[in-house]
Design a protein around this ligand. Sequence first.
Ligand code: HAM
Length: 462
Amino acid sequence: MSQKLQPVRGTHDLLPEEYERFAAILGEARRLAELYAFQEMATPIFETTDVFARSMGETSDVVSKEMFTFETRGGESVTLRPEFTAGIARAFISGGMQQHLPLKLFSAGPVFRYERPQKGRQRQFHQVNYEWLGDASPQAEAEMIMLAAHLLFCVTDCKKKTTLYLNTLGDAASRKAYRAALVAFLAPHAASLSEDSQRRLQLNPLRILDSKDPKDRELIAHAPRMHDFLTPEARTHFDEVRALLSGAPENSFGKLVRDLVEDIREEPTLVRGLDYYTHTVFEFVANSDDMGAQNTVLAGGRYDGLIEHMGGSPTSAVGFAAGVERLMLFAADDLRQDHEFLHTRIVLLPMEGVPLSFAYSMLQAIRSAADEYRVKNPQHKIVVEIMPTGSLKKRLERTNKHMNQNKANYAVILGADEHAQHCFTLKHLNTRVENKIGYTKVVEMGRNTALFATLFPHQVAQ
Ligand code: HAM
């Protein structure tokens, strides 16, 4: 084979250093999910194609152009999930979760869309996804927006770096009336619309509002507005969401959101690409230019009709998702790194001639004790490894490579003397202090976690 194997177009590896940033984002997302009373759950990475085709809309870009769909050996059409919402709705129905409403559900994992890859846009990416089922109130929308803003605030280490765009799509009756008005307005100009918009005029006219084509945009500027077609109920609902998010001094909710984002704007052309949305829809857009064209970091909305449409009983729902890779670009250097953790690295260095059985029994005893300690002190990361062979100089060089300001580094030296006395020499590489420690102490350390901290203090000064 002469050609080097490469990752598939639009996919990428998360090598260890990048993965550390990826995991840090997941950590923030999970912590906030917990704080806002969400339970984590997982659905399969693939579903029968119908789950997505029926829910997201046959004419949506995702369903019509972007799904990874294939036939199983049994002849069933399945699709790699292009999002979480439809799969969660399917699980809610098939798992009989109705009786547990209201539910707040968090999920994270890979999703797949056959899009044209570019910065911030991949064919396999990851989402963190939050759904709140069984609450129809405007407060639920406002609280979800609050959570989304809070997440973006946390991944940038408490900086305001986004604008929140808001719109309402009303209820089914509002949508129907608006759709008719929009088609009546656009139809006489059909010939001057872009090719994509001409197709959408028949199938999904609301999506024309999303068009980036300059001529389409000119027309859209004069098109009728959704707000004028809202039913009284839909209007009241959105007015309440607006009021909750307003910056009025008596409204602490609005103030809280405004403390987390740079700006809140209503955007009447925001329709979102998926058919299931009703009432409030929202997107958070990064304000810096670093993200290129893909600057929407998080998006979602209410989708009250979806579960019923998929065969369940009527269930109100609101949710959002953020792309983890996009959050990594967005957070850039602001992402809180591992500095909240204490780090200790312990390396066992058996000298030539020392039986490995002795070295490994010491390794296992120290590892067990370190693990007991870690369970009780989760903010303290501990690595225990053995470098059994090679020249001592080379091994010490490799160990010293890990020296940094916030890591305590220990070498556990196991020579002939130590073997004879059933002990080890502990060298604290940061301070160069050496001690001999007997095996019995190590065993005791397993039962008494405080002893671990005494023998391996997190002292980092060099
Ligand atoms: P979405 O707007 O299709 O919504 O995607 C949500 C987020 O996923 C985007 O804001 C972006 O951060 C990220 N994303 C989307 N496509 C890509 C891509 N090709 N590469 C990298 N990141 C991408 C949904 O998926 C809805 N299910 C959200 C939702 C949940 N609505 C209600 N509940």
